[in-house]
Ligand binder design. Sequence first.
Ligand SMILES: [Zn+2]
Length: 662
Amino acid sequence: MNLLFIIGILFSLFFSNIILLPLPFNQYAYMLAREQIKQHDRAVQAQNNLNSKEKIVNLYLELLQVKEYVNTKTYFYPSRPIETAIENITKSSFYQFLQLLPKGGNLHIHEFQILDRKLFLESIKNSPEYDLLYICDQNDCIKNKYYLSYYKNNVPNGWTKVKDSNWTISDIIKKTTLIGILNDLKTPIYSTDTEARWNLADQYGVFNFYGDLIRHNVTRFNYMKLVLDHALEENIQLLEFRRGFFGNLFYFDENGLRISINATEELDLLLKFKKDYISKNPKFIDFIFLIYSSRQSSKEQIKIHINNLINLQHLYPDFIRGYDMVGEEDKGHTILFHSDSLINAFNYSKTTNGSFDLVFHAGETNWPENHLPSNYGDGVSTFENIYDALVLRTRRIGHGLSLAKRPDMYEYIRQRQIAIEVCPASNQLLGYVADLRNHPGIVYHRSGIPIVLGGDDPGSFGYNQLTIDFYLATMAWGLNLADLKQFAWNSIQYSSLPDNRKKEGFQKWENQWNLFIDSSYILACNQTFSNVIMNISDILPTYGPYNQSINITLFGSGFEIAICKNIICKFGEKETNGIFIDLNEIICPTPLTNNDISIVPISIVINNEIFESGLNYKFVSSLIIIDDETLTTTTPSKSDKFVIVNQKLIAGLLILLLTFIL
Ligand SMILES: [Zn+2]
């Protein structure tokens, strides 16, 4: 029995697919195993390999990032309420560097919740419409407190003309953005109180304050221009706007009456606007629309919405590209509740030659699947929206926070290349992820699921566009340039653009990317480090074979001195070329020597300047490594005294021995 048991174990060792590392029975084997596991990890970290220039820019990014870690050590913004951190974040040099990074597209953005309210109000202040701007601020203005609207005449009770009042733009912002309102509360709302944060937004009308202004035809196009201009300032070249139905636009006639502009007229105006904008700003790729309904709507309402949408979409197949349902997911209906109408939308999508998809917000919840179903008696929990979104072949998943608890689904999502739209700042502000270091977005990314970063509702929250999300994700998750490049690439690849437009999109983004790399490379190489002292604190392993080149790692600080410079490693008098890994890690390949045994001092040379490590390396004649076949890179010749013993060989020998004894 015992014999069979032992043989069983040995056989499982013999034939298993588990990746086994060299056994760390000495320092040399330890470092080989460590190098191996690290290389494996690095290989999955980013699919985009960086070229030599990008590697330098990556070191520059790392340097700025490390400085930011030092500056924010005691108050780390990604783990603090964003409403207390936003101002300091935008002032940092790391944020300003990220602002210039070409980000591709912003694929999760609600059209009328984007623009920084300050920019919006300033543009109105400089336009003739400022004369028409009123704010609902008087005592008899209860329901629409602080809403903004245009009136030419017949101003209702409770409204004050902004131009003739004491209202300043910053005062209005404080009353009409979520961050402004949160900072104004006498008792702060707890950072994980999702329900209270949504209630606050709904109670004050955070998503509606400006709703009437953007219905005015002139303001609407001014708004759109500002959104696109500021997207380009943040190097965002593509926008997928989620929005409600078209057909709410109006203009004033000479009597001050509101005259409606219907949906097709509005779309035609938008197409013309887009054509003009792209001809003036050729680096801009495109903007397209995903139309949504509120998930709180009744079945009948959703049915009507989808029928209307189908009638409009086939007229504008390159412009209207999908459908979604929005609003607080835990409070609205589930996807299953509306499935009858959504099946219609799905069937329609199959007739459109790929011009129309369902693109759901799904899994924006912290509750597990057995949490009470929504208030409406849907019968299933919010958690299950992920299932239904996949059933309806969602093109992407908006937020997808609940998916974190279902790693068994990752393979399905990976295979079908369904991107997750991750919105770190929004998730934190609405109380879903208080500490962004633990946001599941990084898990999806490292699991090989494509992710894109999205801004969600930055203007209504109280900031602008997308750089803030890049800052928070990069700092919280320790991202590097390859990761950010991947996100940007994903945002074009997984966008709803038609394929021919995607190709053009990639070209335009690559142009911007190359310009960014060129200018950042110059910045990186022109740095001076007069106050930095290089210190090599450790070398591992400290010994290795004399007749075979292996990589040894130099750990330390101040390595930024070597950015853009050649690194020469010196083992005594022998030299090899060093490899810059990151700001505290340089790899030195060992030279081959003729002497069997010798101990040499290690130093590195940068720009003819020698940096002594004060540490030694020992060449040895004989080493035994117990390997498990993963060390295929080390293939010593027959005459080597450097011996690699294969673990399977040991197992085989043990089987023979045991069989012999027993
Ligand atoms: Zn959203």
